[in-house]
Ligand binder design. Structure first.
Ligand SMILES: Cc1ncc(COP(=O)(O)O)c(C=O)c1O
Length: 360
């Protein structure tokens, strides 16, 4: 096995090699302190410094002001945000609007119903989530609107979002966070589990408008309250120190790549190669998503039979193309191509797809 394979895993996913090497050094001896990053105090200046840099880099990359927004580093995965959002912002007598674009939206909706009323503002379930809705039935005066920008499992992404006016908008950006330029200021709260685009599993980035946190409900359990984490600067309790360290390194790497505009170009080029191989295959590969809704992070496709799909995945593995099996709930194939996946990996996959098609 070479030191690096072409890693198309959906998350945990590939990370920049430079970051892995740097974090390996930090694991053994962080900043020549004679201690591992995992051994230093989360209250030390060294840790607080790197955490604040990571927070500032995230806001900088997003073009958001630290006067308006705060970055929180929390545990519990993106899944904990499914209940934290309504726990903080949805009362029993209020309605929240949810856009249902697949499994992760459904998981968020299920939790919201524990706290208040849910209106499904739009859904693409009628065609098995093979597209994203572009028209939304919003509730006047809703507590908030919740969307999922990229559907990891079905391979769709939103490019047009609801425009709810004064109603705050919340976005689960777990699988395309910091992969493309967008007007982030349209959202009042964005959350993303780190393990796809920004780091290892174990930390969730929450970017939230400070003035909205101030309006959050009272009586929320301490650890689930955004007010707690905002007032204590993500240091109410021991935060996930090592994942935050790696997120900080990934943010520096992303800035070196030229930020979101530059990475979006590379991501677009990678996706064009693989969608090109699908669309140019005379139906040998079938994309599962309507072209206008295609994700550039998770590319889903099918072959004629499950047997052929199995063969495709096995032979790809022999060429060091790893992680191409679709999600267990939907089957088929999926190539996840997050920021850190090099262009070369997409080239190799497109070449292999062509070879495999000719041979089969
Ligand atoms: C869009 C989206 N939301 C939420 C989750 C759940 O994330 P976690 O495992 O961090 O709870 C995932 C995981 O794949 C996801 O893709």
């Amino acid at each position: 096995m070479p030191e690096r394979v072409h890693n198309f895993n959906p998350g945990p996913a590939t990370l920049p090699y430079e970051v892995l090497k740097e974090s390996a050094r930090g694991v053994v001896n962080f900043k020549d302190l004679g201690m591992s990053i995992m051994e230093i105090s989360h209250r030390s200046k060294d840790f607080e410094g790197l955490m604040h840099d990571a927070m500032a880099d995230i806001l900088g990359l997003m073009g958001l002001s630290a006067d308006e927004y705060v970055v929180l580093f929390l545990g519990g995965g993106a899944s904990l945000q499914f209940c934290m959002v309504p726990d903080n912002f949805l009362s029993a007598d209020q309605t929240a609007d949810y856009v249902n674009t697949g499994a992760w939206s459904k998981a968020a909706i299920k939790e919201a119903k524990l706290f208040g009323k849910v209106n499904i503002a739009a859904t693409s379930e009628d065609r098995n989530f093979s597209y994203v809705p572009t028209a939304f039935k919003l509730t006047p005066g809703a507590a908030y609107v919740h969307v999922t920008s990229n559907n990891t499992i079905f391979g769709t992404r939103m490019t047009s979002f609801p425009e709810p006016g004064d109603v705050p908008m919340v976005c689960d950006m777990s699988s395309d966070f910091l992969s493309r330029k967008m007007d982030f200021s349209r959202f009042s709260l964005i959350y993303a589990g780190a393990q796809k685009n920004i780091g290892p599993a174990g930390v969730t980035a929450v970017i939230v408008r400070k003035s909205w946190v101030e309006k959050a409900k009272d009586g929320v359990p301490t650890m689930l309250s955004y007010k707690t984490h905002m007032s204590k600067d993500s240091l109410f309790n021991t935060p996930p120190v090592f994942p935050i360290y790696v997120v900080g390194l990934v943010m520096k790497w992303l800035k070196q790549q030229g930020g979101l505009e530059a990475i979006e170009k590379v991501n677009g080029a990678k996706a064009a190669l693989v969608y090109g191989a699908i669309d140019g295959s005379n139906g040998f590969y079938r994309g599962t998503v309507e072209p206008a809704s295609r994700s550039i992070m998770n590319l889903t496709f099918r072959l004629a039979t499950e047997e052929l799909e199995g063969k495709f995945i096995d032979e790809a593995k022999k060429k060091q193309l790893i992680g191409l099996k679709g999600h267990r709930d939907v089957g088929g194939c999926r190539a996840s191509m997050y920021n850190a996946l090099p262009l070369e990996a997409a080239e190799k996959l497109a070449e292999f797809m062509e070879e495999f098609r000719k041979a089969n």
